[in-house]
Design a protein around this ligand. Structure first.
Ligand SMILES: Nc1ncnc2c1ncn2[C@@H]1O[C@H](COP(=O)(O)OP(=O)(O)OP(=O)(O)O)[C@@H](O)[C@H]1O
Length: 250
């Protein structure tokens, strides 16, 4: 009797590539209002992506279009062409209102000027994004406890949650802005020059806290800056001119 043929070795199943946190493909955008005194500025970005959990520092000189690119990524403005996908959702397919809701659910934003409400308590400032984002609110669990946890993790004083945000120091306000971005663990944290007001030692301490918390939350981090010294901590440093072509029309 012949021996049974050995079963053919199975080819390993192809590993599904995890969905990138952010993907830009063939993006074109121009600010409306060219010729109305602002000179008309546009950007083209053929290909840029950010993996899940990755941290990228985006460097560029003043006026090179960093904030414009962040506005596209956050869905504050919509691309004229191409794909801007956050966690697989193309923002260009969404209305302005749907982009606002999507941003509240999926993106934590740290603005250059923090954009805190000075008379509202630190706690209310941190909880603000959850008001418009039911899924993120559910992920945050018990809001007051999560505010206390984030404040403690970011080195804010124990009574900070009840304090009006405007009474804190600039460095403390910056930590509140980070807590507001991190609450409810959004998949993507976007930060626009958050360290520009700090000296080198304070910058380093701030980045340490931000990275620790973003890692805990499993969030990807995209920070823009003109300061290459910040690059050491990031997985990748990218110059804006290497990923996007600026177009200026006089
Ligand atoms: N809302 C707007 N409407 C029209 N033009 C704009 C608008 N916002 C920015 N721009 C133009 O886009 C260009 C790039 O500006 P942007 O703020 O993106 O650069 P940046 O690299 O972030 O600069 P900075 O480092 O100084 O913040 C500038 O010419 C600016 O005038």
């Amino acid at each position: 009797m012949s021996r049974p043929e050995p079963a053919p070795a199975l080819a390993p199943a192809p590993r599904a590539e995890p969905r990138p946190a952010l993907a830009l493909r063939d993006v074109a955008f121009a600010w409306p209002g060219a010729g109305r005194g602002r000179g008309g500025f546009g950007l083209r970005c053929p290909d840029f992506s950010l993996a899940q959990g990755e941290s990228v520092l985006l460097l560029g000189a003043s006026g090179s279009g960093k904030s414009t690119l962040l506005s596209l990524i956050c869905g504050i403005v919509a691309a004229d062409a191409g794909v801007v996908a956050v966690a697989g959702t193309d923002l260009r397919g969404l209305s302005a209102g749907a982009r606002d809701r999507f941003r509240a659910e999926r993106i934590g934003v740290i603005f250059q000027q923090f954009n805190l409400l000075p008379y509202a308590s630190v706690s209310d400032n941190i909880l603000l994004p959850l008001r418009f984002a039911p899924e993120r609110r559910a992920r945050a669990g018990e809001g007051a406890a999560e505010v206390r946890r984030l404040c403690a993790a970011l080195g804010l004083p124990a009574d900070a949650p009840e304090t009006p945000a405007g009474r804190l120091s600039v460095g403390q306000q910056q930590r509140v802005a980070v807590a507001r971005a991190l609450i409810g663990r959004p998949g993507l944290i976007v930060a626009d020059e958050p360290t520009s007001a700090l000296d080198a030692a304070a910058q380093d301490a701030f980045l340490g806290l931000l990275f620790g918390q973003a890692e805990d939350a499993g969030s990807s981090l995209l920070m823009v800056s003109h300061d290459p010294r910040l690059g050491e901590r990031f997985d990748r440093v990218v110059r804006i001119e290497d990923i996007a072509a600026a177009e200026r029309n006089p």
